[in-house]
Write a new protein. Sequence first.
Length: 98
Amino acid sequence: MYSDARCGFFHDWMARRRIGVTDRPELTRVFGGPGRIDMVVINVNKFLAVIEAHFTRYVRDLQDTKNTALRAAFNAGWNTRNATPGRRAKKSTTKKTR
């Protein structure tokens, strides 16, 4: 499901084999049996609204200076993704004192 859903939607911008899109009222429908998912059908309009709401909350939470763990995780990920090839990303922006 990971490659069909996430990779299909967010990398290829298309639904893959086990992902369907609809404009029916429910957000998602899952087809399959115990322990297996044969297909997921997603309401594209509601899906976008949920993603936008999540992103808005995430940015708001990042801006809150009390969310130190979330901010540290974001900064670590940012530094790793944006490190110059051949250089190690900075682990911390604070100086150690002796």
